[in-house]
Design a protein around this ligand. Sequence first.
Ligand code: ZN
Length: 173
Amino acid sequence: MAEELRGSVINGYLKYVKKSWGAEGLAALEEETGLDHRKIKDGQFYPREAINKVLLWISSNHGMDRVKRGGKATAQDLGLFKYLVRWSSLEHMISRAVNIYGELYKYGKIRAWYEEDRVRIEMEDANRLREDCYAWLGAFEGIAELTHTKADVKEEECIFRGGDKCVYYLYLK
Ligand SMILES: [Zn+2]
């Protein structure tokens, strides 16, 4: 199956780029990556390379922390999106994580469950760039915030640090 993701994710990041660095920033990104935001429809699927280009543009021009913040902004934006359930609680999100992820991505796998005072999230084949790992850190922060959950989010295992998958924890406070 082709490795594709929903246009709404790409548009979430492009919106973040425009909000952070203005129409000029977005134009610079489009020139460097060959993407055209007017051609990216929320409901359609696009090759994984498209999001790679966006994340790499953000990190190389503005640093990895802005990738993380882009992930957070995009997750919060998608939380209001019609494809997803209304984000009533973190518990609900966790129980629906596989379905929600599957609505957006045609590659990789997510598993998430509660372990007493924390949530463990495992991601396989979802991350290819270090940027992806940072983007998910931000996304989980965004989800916690949107569901009014106080939590520290950490990536405790990572494919870029010898792990066979990326494992995140939401330490509930
Ligand atoms: Zn990772």
